[in-house]
Design a protein around this ligand. Structure first.
Ligand code: NAP
Length: 253
């Protein structure tokens, strides 16, 4: 597909981890990719990797939970890359703590990024998808949506994203837009490294212990999730909408 006709995908939180792997995969699939993260300079690595592989990318700094920044970012993507018809809501944070120790700020930040962020991004992008009569939204949930000790905030947000996904599927389906969610299990990224550090665990040992409890007997890598995103945004997946796929090496690990 030539540069001028390539469909445009936005991946949030794409400076590293699952978002970076997803941005690279969608670029390899032929999309022009907007790499959004909090700080524009942090997107340079992903943008350069896409360009080095022959793809087209734009790095944009924005806090996905801030309405003005989101509108400015989506406007810029539309002006510089083209109308965004694929949105991957991947930006995320954790602020884990047991309920009795969880602060208002821990609760609010997690809702701000995951729920408000996904809402604002989807609202800003939907008009391009409706105009194009084609679109794909993929939201990053988590196995934590099923409940996870020390994650009352995160589990709530990730369960909320499943309801959000199903509602987008119902509202936008008639415009050729699908919405689906991916609920990853244990994936090796900076986010899970930070968890290991916080609980005082050696990273290699922690990964080995988690892998031992996973049916496919390994920990996940960002490319496992990128592959599933690639399926959901593909042309052939147009009849798959409102679904949640647990990508966890087993049913719920
Ligand atoms: P990660 O390595 O921590 O990357 C998350 C990225 O999101 C970071 O670059 C971060 O930027 C960015 N971000 C945070 N707040 C933002 C905001 N307000 N606006 C824009 N960008 C923001 O995380 P990951 O492990 O790749 O996780 C990606 C997604 O998968 C998240 O939604 C996560 O909840 C979900 N998930 C991960 C796992 C796992 O095991 N890793 C499992 C289930 C679900 P900064 O570095 O500047 O904060």
């Amino acid at each position: 597909m030539s540069e001028s006709t390539a469909r445009v995908a936005i991946v949030t939180g794409a400076a590293r981890g699952i978002g970076a792997a997803t941005a690279l995969r969608l670029a390899a699939d032929g999309f022009a990719v907007a790499v959004i993260d909090l700080d524009e300079s942090s997107t340079a690595g992903t943008v350069q990797a896409i360009e080095a592989a022959g793809g087209r990318a734009l790095g944009v700094g924005a806090d996905v939970g801030d309405a003005e920044q989101v509108q400015a970012a989506v406007d810029r993507v539309a002006a510089e890359l083209g109308p965004p018809v694929v949105l991957v809501n991947n930006a995320g944070v954790t602020r884990d703590n047991m309920l009795f120790k969880m602060t208002d700020a821990d609760w609010d930040l997690v809702m701000h990024v995951h729920l408000r962020g996904s809402f604002l991004m989807a609202r800003a992008c939907q008009k391009y998808m409706v105009d194009a009569k084609w679109g794909r939204v993929v939201n990053l949930s988590s196995t934590s949506a099923l409940g996870n000790r020390g994650q009352a905030n995160y589990a709530t947000a990730k369960a909320g994203l499943q309801g959000f996904t199903k509602t987008l599927a119902i509202e936008l389906g008639k415009f050729g837009v699908t919405a689906n969610a991916i609920a990853p299990g244990f994936i090796q990224t900076e986010m899970t490294k930070a968890t290991a550090e916080r609980i005082g665990r050696d990273w290699e040992e922690y990964v080995a212990e988690r892998a031992a409890a996973i049916p496919v007997a390994r920990a996940g890598v960002p490319e496992d999730i990128a592959h599933t995103v690639s399926f959901f945004v593909s042309e052939g997946a147009g009849f798959v909408s409102g679904q949640v796929v647990y990508v966890a090496g087993g049913p719920r690990t």
